[in-house]
Design a binder for this molecule. Structure first.
Ligand SMILES: Nc1ncnc2c1ncn2[C@@H]1O[C@H](COP(=O)(O)OP(=O)(O)OP(=O)(O)O)[C@@H](O)[C@H]1O
Ligand SMILES: [Mg+2]
Length: 265
């Protein structure tokens, strides 16, 4: 039987009372899936991902992770929260809110050093991940002085070192150069192949296409308007245009009628 990772049922969230982002959103994610959350700016992608990783709490309905009902009280329990965050790794849209030490190596070693591993083991794992992400040359630098893409890699390293079962990534490709994007795509595909569950938000339809099999599409008024195969949504121009993921206009040259497509991000 497929193991359920997340079960969101009629969940709702409002940053301000009376101004709901979501009224009632429901879906499941099972182990080993690769899911894209697609939607225009402000459609609710980050809000939804933060609900899944326990940073925001649904104010209605229910939320289960790994078969267990997750409440705000439960996540306030340090031991539970630590266990949960080891299983569910989250990469924020902005790395600035994620990085908090004054040295890249310490940033990456922080998670494993909380797990009661020996200093030697923490050092070994940190060295491995620095090498894997090709950021060894940044090891002594303060994270806040890195470029956007370098920060993102450090944030990724700090999460990957814990080898979480589920990786939730908020616009992981944004701000990366083409080579780094390609490298990230390969990495995520490989992690998924090895059984990790991947959920990512993006405006980049190419990335969604390459990495994910399933897409959740949010409309600009924060409704889940599609939940199905990524292949299917990418060929549905009317839907993509309706949710503002492509901008389409037609014009004519002589007898030829062209359709120009612009994708966001
Ligand atoms: N901290 C906040 N306080 C109040 N409203 C917020 C806050 N964060 C987001 N919102 C609102 O919630 C809605 C969803 O925002 P969210 O950040 O989830 O969108 P998004 O799809 O991630 O957008 P983007 O593509 O720009 O990252 C938007 O209307 C936004 O204005
Ligand atoms: Mg966002």
């Amino acid at each position: 039987m497929l193991k359920k990772i997340f079960e969101l049922r009629q969940a709702a969230y409002a940053y301000q009372p009376g101004e709901n982002v979501f009224d009632s959103i429901s879906f499941d994610v099972v182990a080993g899936e690769s899911v894209a959350v697609l939607g225009a700016n402000g459609s609710g992608k980050s809000t939804l991902l933060k609900m899944l990783c326990g940073l925001l709490h649904s104010q209605a309905g229910s939320f289960k992770a790994f078969g267990e009902a997750i409440s705000e009280e439960l996540l306030e329990d340090d031991r539970f929260a630590q266990r949960f965050h080891r299983r569910v790794g989250f990469i924020f849209q902005s790395s600035d809110v994620q990085l908090f030490t004054s040295r890249v190596e310490d940033e990456i070693a922080f998670g494993p050093s909380q797990l009661g591993l020996t200093e030697q083991e923490v050092k070994r794992r940190t060295a491995d991940i620095l090498k894997m992400l090709d950021i060894g040359h940044l090891r002594d630098r303060p994270p806040y002085r890195l470029s956007g893409g370098e920060k993102r890699k450090v944030a990724l390293a700090a999460v990957l070192i814990l080898n979480p079962e589920v990786l939730i990534l908020d616009e992981p490709g944004a701000g990366l150069d083409p080579k780094s994007q390609r490298w990230l795509t390969h990495l995520l595909l490989e992690l998924n192949r090895r059984g990790r569950t991947i959920i990512l938000s993006t405006h980049n339809l190419e990335m969604a296409h390459t990495i994910t099999r399933r897409s959740l599409v949010l409309s600009e008024d924060h409704r889940l308007v599609f939940d199905g195969p990524t292949q299917q949504v990418l060929s549905d121009r009317a839907l993509l245009s309706r949710v503002n993921l492509i901008d389409e206009f037609t014009h004519e040259h002589d007898e030829n009628r062209h359709i120009h497509l612009y994708t966001h991000g």
